[in-house]
Write a protein that binds this ligand. Structure first.
Ligand code: C2E
Ligand code: CA
Ligand code: CA
Ligand code: CA
Length: 276
């Protein structure tokens, strides 16, 4: 039994080393990819309920890997967060989303997406310069502040007063702040009590049909009472869209309406709305 225990231990430590090496390898490659311009943004429409009209888009990062193809954020964002690379990566996402949104505005005017939403990690929110970077990105690309939405998750934002102060500074710019994956954190209501936000996104785990809708109902009521806009995310079926609309959600996002897509596909949809 002792020998076997030893063998397990070796397998265990080998596994740890392998994971450490894997982390170092992916991080180094990601750093190179950032400089080489291999990151892309895809945009998922946020639509009005019940009509499905385009209201805005959420920018979602992808990595066009030379050998492994198009990678989603689950494959590399955790490494970026662990290494601090999320800060320059997040800066790139912010600037690219502002650039693209300003381009849509110039090309399509009133028909352009009214807002572009960008995901911000905890690490970025704790950088003292975030609000100034956002202000620079808006100014450099000529995007009006009210057209940008910064998405933060509860777990990110609840980490104390410094983060709340950053949120307040971002809102003072006229940029809107959204609480992402709402309802999945430990301190949903604490967060709302301490931090003024403009929008909450009901996590997709509360959207199933058939299923209980107590949480979705309660979130809609709290948001209405606080005057906060809501978005239901992960809407995959017409039945979900109908029910969320009946519960008071005026905005939704999900595969039922549109998948995330390259910017050019958004342009095509704006030129011919039947495409969406
Ligand atoms: P998220 O912010 O909650 O984004 C929504 C995710 O749900 C996206 O996955 C989207 O493709 C997916 N989704 C949209 N509609 C549906 C649906 O109807 N059903 C299902 N099952 N899924 C749907 P994606 O693009 O893989 O992104 C995953 C997560 O990675 C995001 O979750 C966000 O937390 C993070 N992420 C993405 N881009 C960035 C970024 O630029 N910076 C940071 N820090 N995180 C990012
Ligand atoms: Ca998000
Ligand atoms: Ca979300
Ligand atoms: Ca999520």
């Amino acid at each position: 039994a002792k020998a076997r225990g030893n063998g397990d231990w070796h397998r265990y430590t080998d596994g740890l080393e392998a994971r450490g090496a894997e982390r170092a390898r992916v991080t180094a490659e990601l750093r190179r990819a950032l400089d080489a311009g291999e990151l892309r943004l895809h945009y998922q429409p946020v639509v009005g309920l019940p009509d499905g009209d385009l209201l805005g888009v959420e920018a979602l990062v992808r990595w066009q890997h030379p050998e492994r193809g198009l990678l989603g954020p689950a494959d590399f964002i955790p490494y970026a967060e662990g290494s601090g690379l999320i800060v320059p990566l997040g800066r790139w996402v912010l600037r690219e989303a502002c650039r693209q949104a300003a381009l849509w505005l110039r090309a399509h005017g009133d028909r352009a997406p009214r807002t572009v939403s960008v995901n911000v990690s905890a690490r970025q929110l704790h950088e003292p310069g975030l609000a100034a970077e956002i202000a620079d990105a808006l100014r450099d690309h000529g995007l009006p502040a009210h057209r940008l939405v910064v998405e933060i998750t509860e777990s990110t934002a609840v980490e104390g007063e410094a983060a709340w102060a950053t949120v307040a500074r971002i809102r003072e710019l006229g940029v809107r702040v959204s609480l992402d994956d709402f309802g999945t954190g430990q301190s949903t209501l604490t967060m709302l009590a301490h931090c003024q936000v403009d929008q909450i996104k009901l996590d997709r785990s509360f959207a199933p049909v058939p299923g209980p809708d107590t949480i979705a109902t309660a979130v809609a009521q709290v948001a209405r009472a606080l005057g906060i806009e809501t978005v239901a995310e992960g809407v995959e079926t017409p039945a979900q869209a109908q029910r969320l609309h009946a519960l008071g959600f005026a905005r939704a996002q999900g595969f039922h309406f549109a998948h995330p897509m390259p910017a050019a596909d958004i342009d095509a949809a704006l030129d011919d709305p039947a495409v969406l």
